[in-house]
Design a protein around this ligand. Structure first.
Ligand SMILES: O=C(O)CCC(=O)C1=CC=C[C@@H](O)[C@@H]1C(=O)O
Ligand SMILES: [Mg+2]
Length: 380
């Protein structure tokens, strides 16, 4: 866990909260085993302190409960009725308190994360630091990976993989499901024998597909992510014993306790850590510590974030524990425009970790104002 060292007591409180509802169309549809995403809807939460600093958080939950059960409309409600009342009119000493205060609300990790991460950003800005410094970032630039939806034609799939490799992505993750696995993955492997290649099933398989999954062992995949149900640990453990390829859990992991169960049962050898899926940075840091101690490979996943969430991901992913390039592609991989003054782009095969105060990026205020303000609160 990071040590929060303060030069002087910096208690602060929130004087204004705004929630902007934004939609960004995707450049191309993203097909997974559970559906097709054509645009990303998300909210940006702006917390203003009495000192006038603004902390930004991103609410990344999807509109439909198909990846996990949390949805954007439900999360908005939880934020407004249950989470914000726990932090407003209170003195905040450090952002880890938010995690403690939120424990009275069960689950709802993405809603919690939207606020908790905004408080981390705010705290870093008030104390005059880059969030990366507080989070013990170890580098100012990172290799990153790219996540790819299913593409019907193998020719088109190989063309897209080639383009990503040429742009500098060093790891490629392909979405799979029964009937769309060995053929596209083998085609990629044949053309790119040394590429860090992996597959993500988003819970599309069960033990009846054991033979199909064992066939993937021949492809030298870095890992297979979430083949079985989002609440299953036992069958994952059975499968892991049958495979040489490491399994990775995504949807299952909401807390460090979930990691303990996975490790105790042998359900996986890797964890895809998404800050919003675990309720924010405080729990993410506990998971990183746990994975380091247990020698579980941890790497940073994404949720099609806009520049706010992407900048945060870069800050955390620059810690030494992250063993693989994360799903932190450049803003222009998914979107025509970002909500930042300067989008986060790939340069010479790497992405820079923003070095400014807090998450290190400047949000385009005019862009936010063009969007629907769903909630606003002002301290009287
Ligand atoms: O943000 C990114 O680039 C990663 C996108 C991605 O692969 C996913 C995001 C959210 C849900 C899933 O579709 C998938 C995943 O399971 O990791
Ligand atoms: Mg996944």
């Amino acid at each position: 866990m990071v040590r929060i060292v303060r030069e002087k007591e910096e208690n602060f409180s929130i004087s204004k909260v705004e929630l902007f509802q934004i939609r960004l169309p995707l450049k191309s549809p993203f097909k997974t085993s559970y559906g097709v995403l054509t645009e990303k809807a998300f909210d940006i939460i702006c917390l203003t302190s009495e000192s006038g600093h603004i902390g930004y958080g991103e609410l990344v939950a999807f509109e439909t409960p198909d990846y996990i059960e949390e949805t954007l409309p439900n999360s908005r409600l939880i934020i407004k009725d249950h989470l914000l009342p726990l932090i407003l009119n209170r003195k905040i000493e450090n952002p880890t308190q938010i995690w403690e205060w939120f424990q009275v609300v069960r689950g709802n990790y993405m809603a919690k994360s939207a606020i908790e991460t905004a408080v981390w950003d705010l705290y870093a800005k008030i104390t005059g630091q880059s969030l990366g410094v507080i989070l013990e970032s170890a580098t100012d630039q990172l290799e990153v990976g790219v996540s790819m939806g299913m593409v019907a034609s193998t020719e088109e799939l190989l063309k897209r993989v080639s383009d990503y490799v040429e742009e500098g992505y060093t790891r490629v993750k392909l979405k799979i499901k029964p009937g769309y696995d060995i053929i596209p993955l083998s085609a990629i492997r044949k053309k790119f024998p040394n590429l860090m290649l992996m597959a993500d099933a988003n819970s599309a398989y069960d033990l009846s597909h054991l033979t199909d999954l064992k066939a993937l062992d021949s492809l030298n995949l870095v890992m297979i992510e979430q083949p079985f149900a989002a609440d299953d640990f036992l069958d994952h453990a059975i499968l892991q014993k049958e495979l040489n390829t490491p399994l990775c859990l995504d949807e299952n992991i909401r807390t460090v306790n979930d990691c303990r169960v996975a490790v105790a049962l042998g359900s996986c050898r890797s964890i895809n850590l998404k800050i919003p899926r675990v309720g924010g940075i405080t729990e993410a840091l506990k998971i990183i510590d746990y994975c380091r101690d247990k020698q579980i490979l941890v790497w940073l996943g994404g949720m099609f974030e806009s520049g706010v969430g992407r900048a945060l991901n870069l800050q955390l992913a620059s810690r030494t524990e992250f063993g693989l390039p994360g799903d932190i592609s450049a803003s222009d991989r998914y979107f025509y425009e970002d909500i930042l003054e300067k989008p986060l782009l790939m340069e010479a095969g790497k992405m820079k970790v923003p070095q400014g105060l807090g998450i290190g990026v400047t949000v385009n205020g005019a862009f936010l104002q063009k969007n629907n303000l769903s909630y606003t609160w002002l301290k009287r």
